[in-house]
Write a protein that binds this ligand. Structure first.
Ligand SMILES: CC(C)(COP(=O)(O)OP(=O)(O)OC[C@H]1O[C@@H](n2cnc3c(N)ncnc32)[C@H](O)[C@@H]1OP(=O)(O)O)[C@@H](O)C(=O)NCCC(=O)NCCS
Length: 187
């Protein structure tokens, strides 16, 4: 199907309902790694749970309110990026991401997020893209920083996990900042 090349023999493609079996198998490799850091509704078990996530994102995409994109490396689904929220009228969106452990450390998510930010902030003309991560998620914060986002603040004790309420960082980049950054990197 449609795909965009990323570095390191990887591709970015829409992740859709028909990928449910592949997505379920990938979650078996990723589940414990991502569990502390992503929304708990995303950490499903089995085929029906995986299908439910894909259907939910498909419905959001149809309503122009989100979208899910998988990263395949050497033909295997290893993670992905998403618009957890997309508000064209309000001019804002929120990005999210995950990888199974073996796919970390290759710049795949940073490259995939650049594609999403180009589309949202340049092609679709949104004003601002946000990134929310649990405080202490250093790899996620490093992606936001690598994308040129600014740490705007901390939402205190908003993230319940394992009986503790954790802080959450809010990072964001504005469209003009993103365009300037892209112009600098292609110069
Ligand atoms: C967050 C997460 C996706 C980040 O993965 P990641 O591999 O660190 O991020 P990227 O794919 O962008 O890769 C960056 C790494 O590749 C390296 N890299 C290699 N080539 C690169 C390139 N051309 N460009 C950018 N980075 C490159 C970077 O140095 C960095 O490695 P380092 O941190 O060891 O220095 C991953 O840790 C994860 O899935 N965590 C659990 C789930 C989660 O936290 N999701 C986010 C919720 S907010």
């Amino acid at each position: 199907m449609f795909s965009l090349p990323l570095r390191d023999d990887a591709e970015l493609r829409p992740l859709e309902t028909w990928h449910a079996e592949e997505f379920a198998a990938h979650l078996d490799r990723a589940r414990e790694h991502i569990r502390p850091w992503v929304g708990q509704g995303f950490v499903t078990t089995g085929l029906e749970g995986a299908r439910g996530t894909l259907v939910r994102y498909g419905e959001r995409r149809a309503a122009d309110g989100g979208g899910l994109f998988g990263i395949w490396r050497k033909g295997t689904l290893v993670g992905g990026v998403m618009f957890t929220g997309f508000d064209a009228a309000g001019g804002t969106c929120e990005l999210g991401c995950w990888l199974e452990p073996a796919a970390e450390g290759h710049g795949l998510v940073t490259g995939a997020c650049e594609v999403l930010l180009d589309w949202a902030l340049v092609e679709r003309g949104l004003h601002r893209a946000e990134w929310l991560c649990r405080a202490g998620n250093d790899r996620s914060a490093a992606v936001a920083e690598r994308l040129g986002m600014t740490l705007e603040g901390v939402r205190r004790e908003v993230w319940p996990y394992d009986g503790v309420r954790h802080d959450q960082q809010l990072w964001a980049v504005l469209a003009r900042e993103w365009r300037d950054r892209r112009a600098d990197t292609t110069r």
